[in-house]
Ligand binder design. Sequence first.
Ligand SMILES: Nc1ncnc2c1ncn2[C@@H]1O[C@H](COP(=O)(O)OP(=O)(O)OP(=O)(O)O)[C@@H](O)[C@H]1O
Length: 538
Amino acid sequence: MSIIWLLLKASWINVMVATLAGAISGGCSAWLIALINTAIAQNAPLSLLPLFVGLAIVALVTSSLSQFVLIDLAQDAVYRLRLQLSQRIMAAPLQHLEQLGPNQLLAVLTDDVQSISNIVFVIPFICIDIAVVLGCLVYLGWLSGWVFLAVLVFLLGAIALVQLLLSHVYRYIKLARKEIDRLFQHFRTLTDGIKELKLNSQRKQSFFDEDLTVSTAASRRYQKTALKLAAVTSGGGQILFFTLVGLLLFGIPQMIPSAQAVLPSYILTLTFLMGPIQKLIEQLPSLTTANVAIQKVTTMGLDLAESAEISTVVPHPHPQRWYRLTLEQVTHAYHTDSADHAFTLGPIDLALKAGEIVFIVGGNGSGKSTLAKLITGLYMPDAGELRLDGQPITEANLEWYRQHFSAIFSDFFLFDRLLSHDTLTPDQQAQRYLEKLELDQKVSVQDGRLSTIALSQGQRKRLALLTAYLDDRPIYLFDEWAADQDPIFRDIFYHQLLQELKQRGKTVLVISHDDHYFHVGDRLIKLDQGRVESDKWQ
Ligand SMILES: Nc1ncnc2c1ncn2[C@@H]1O[C@H](COP(=O)(O)OP(=O)(O)OP(=O)(O)O)[C@@H](O)[C@H]1O
């Protein structure tokens, strides 16, 4: 049923057009059957030929129209679903996405959307088959009210039985879908942890036997059970169909003697119906899978939409001037399953001035990156307030606020497409920076794209710095940027690049463990267990 809602939401007018065209096509098909019955009874008089040809043409044209409308509708629905989900992911708060984890998001974006897309492909054919079945039922009703009533009672019983079997299919498909989340997690281990797996055969074997095989086997078990139940349902449907034909042939003449005359027409119509009914039954497992997928996508979509940040138009996407950024009693807690190990940052009071080089230091897990995410607006404080030049940062101006920052986190992502806001083209600007970062022998830029990003970690970080330079934001944040640099370039970074940024009026926040270089900062903020332990100007 969810699939119908998906289509109705896409465009109920088109659903109506398709339904009407499908109904006409189904009606014409039923009429054709009636005509064939009449023709057989009357030795096929030629006077019936024009009607026969006309009905066949109308049935074909309306069925094609209905299919075209449904093809557009269904493919548009999947298109919108993909974009809407991606937009919702982009709009969801970072912490919420971190809690969900990449596996769940990927499973929905790939597996579920694919299941929906698969069924959407056959929806037009399913609808035409339904229209033909309904049209024929109307014809059967017209042939004989009593026989139709008997057939209807039988069909309702059969549908209830099929529905019962389907509810079990649904249960197993849901269980199989649950395993998919776990499988995606293992696939990520396979791709991201391949080096570690290759180097440790014991770990590789235990991962393969105890994680990957267990999940894959569970998924196979549930899928097999679901498909076998679906096969039983399909076989049951066929048996029920033959039971109905038998009932009509041998039972009805005993119960309703007057119906004897219409029975040949009934049997012919039901035999004609066998094709569409069989096809409908064959689609049941895919329909059930798609419904489970739609439920998953809807739940995830609603969950993301509920937590979505307010989308705002940023009035000045490249802000340059600011004077004072303050954090007042700001706190942030990570919500984990175990309350004993939950980490809380703050309350923190800080005032940052434009044009400073500020070092944020402290031991592992002291909260430096968490503080960086709060300062850059990636996390909203649980309590307390951020203010930029006295203006409180709320959801309404968060997007604008974030545009003040260019950050390279330790788990940075490198885009190969460059953006530039200068009068120079990105290629010209980037070439200058490539030389400065000693990468011009390795990488070139053409049409705003880097020729390669397959480089060493230190070189990739230099490319990230290049994109940050091109961003040209007023505040730069580097989270352990120099950790992967060779001693010579590390020295260039602390002594030359940071100073150049300062001379250009930029504020630079540097998270660092390089205590040899702490002295190059104007200020040193030391964190310990989520609190500011010391804050010194030097
Ligand atoms: N996504 C997360 N979910 C739950 N807890 C987290 C998450 N990220 C960090 N933490 C917790 O917050 C604490 C502070 O982490 P944070 O990354 O801010 O420290 P850090 O000072 O940057 O450490 P390091 O020097 O090792 O990079 C950690 O001890 C961890 O327990």
